[in-house]
Design a protein around this ligand. Structure first.
Ligand code: ADP
Ligand code: MG
Length: 293
């Protein structure tokens, strides 16, 4: 590859909203045959909304919103922002937590108004030996069947509520998947969210392989496993929890709308957070290198 041709390629990339770390990235971009896509913030907008609150028998809804909202206010996770905003809209000012910790891939824990509060996946409650009562288990199943994410709320050792949150698939995602397939790539959806939600998003955008309920630290192993099968893997992500997988992938594509950690770990940045730019990047790399061989 001649330096001039590569520069033309990367300059065109900038016009398409693709930032390429260095000319050597084009060669890997040309070769990838599999594309692993993070769900939240990559295929979906990541702008979630709190849609419903289901309380356990005898639990006060405004207390659920106050305690859960207060903790989530301290987290940057898209789900947390939806819960905090939804709670504040209903109950007004939220208390300030006396203690707070983020548990990546699971949720948040802390102390609010002297209650030890957990908000997150059912698995977070299970780890603390708590389980959802039947009425909440049912609410959770119904929410997930509808393609929504169900978040559990517990305090003082008891599960108290299930919150329904959902975010929309980006308008550009389905077309992007079609274009990636047309380039011969196999798309795989990878997420920490549960299987039912992941499958509903996958169906909406035309992805038929889903790897769900993956802990943040395990995303990198999914990429390694695909590589061990002989695949050349591109990974697209936006979160701190995607950074290791982006670095491990043969080609890491970061959403420009995502976190700095993802952008630093990636080889390429999709400036506008539009997945179609991933297909543009691969086509551009093939064209640039193809014409100069
Ligand atoms: P993704 O891989 O789709 O970007 P994450 O790995 O960040 O998702 O989170 C996985 C799951 O953990 C979420 O779908 C949610 O159920 C739960 N979770 C993570 N952080 C939070 C939080 N702050 N509040 C509530 N739930 C959370
Ligand atoms: Mg994400």
């Amino acid at each position: 590859a001649t330096p001039t041709a590569l520069m033309v390629g990367t300059g065109r990339g900038a016009q398409l909203g693709i930032l390429i770390k260095g000319p050597e990235v084009l060669e890997t971009t040309r070769k990838v045959d599999t594309i692993v896509l993070d769900k939240t913030g990559t295929v979906t907008t990541g702008k979630m909304a709190l849609l419903a609150v289901h309380t356990a028998d005898g639990t006060d809804e405004s207390q659920v919103l106050r305690l859960a909202g207060a903790l989530e206010y301290a987290s940057e996770h898209p789900i947390a922002q939806a819960v905090a905003a939804g709670a504040a809209a209903k109950v007004g000012a939220l208390p300030v937590p006396e203690d707070f910790a983020n548990i990546p891939g699971l949720g948040v824990q802390g102390v609010v108004e002297s209650h030890a509060v957990l908000v997150g996946r059912e698995k977070l409650l299970t780890e603390w030996a708590m389980e959802l009562p039947v009425e909440l288990e049912r609410a959770k199943a119904e929410a997930e069947a509808a393609g929504r994410t169900a978040i559990a709320v517990a305090w003082d050792g008891e599960a108290r509520a299930v919150l329904e949150v959902a975010d929309a698939v980006k308008e550009t995602s389905a077309e992007a998947i079609r274009r990636l397939r047309a380039l011969g790539l196999k798309p795989i959806l990878l997420t920490g969210d549960n299987k039912a939600v992941a499958e509903s998003v996958a169906a909406e955008v035309g992805i038929d392989e889903v790897i769900a309920e993956v802990m943040p630290q395990d995303k990198v192993d999914v990429v390694k496993k695909l590589q061990a099968e002989g695949r050349s893997v591109a990974m697209v992500g936006d979160g701190v929890n995607d950074a290791a997988a982006l670095a491990q992938a043969d080609l890491g594509l970061a959403m420009g709308t995502g976190t700095d950690a993802a952008i630093e770990a990636g080889d390429l940045t999709l400036v506008r957070g539009d997945l179609r730019a991933a297909a543009d990047a691969i086509r551009l790399a093939r064209k640039t290198l193809g014409t100069i061989r």
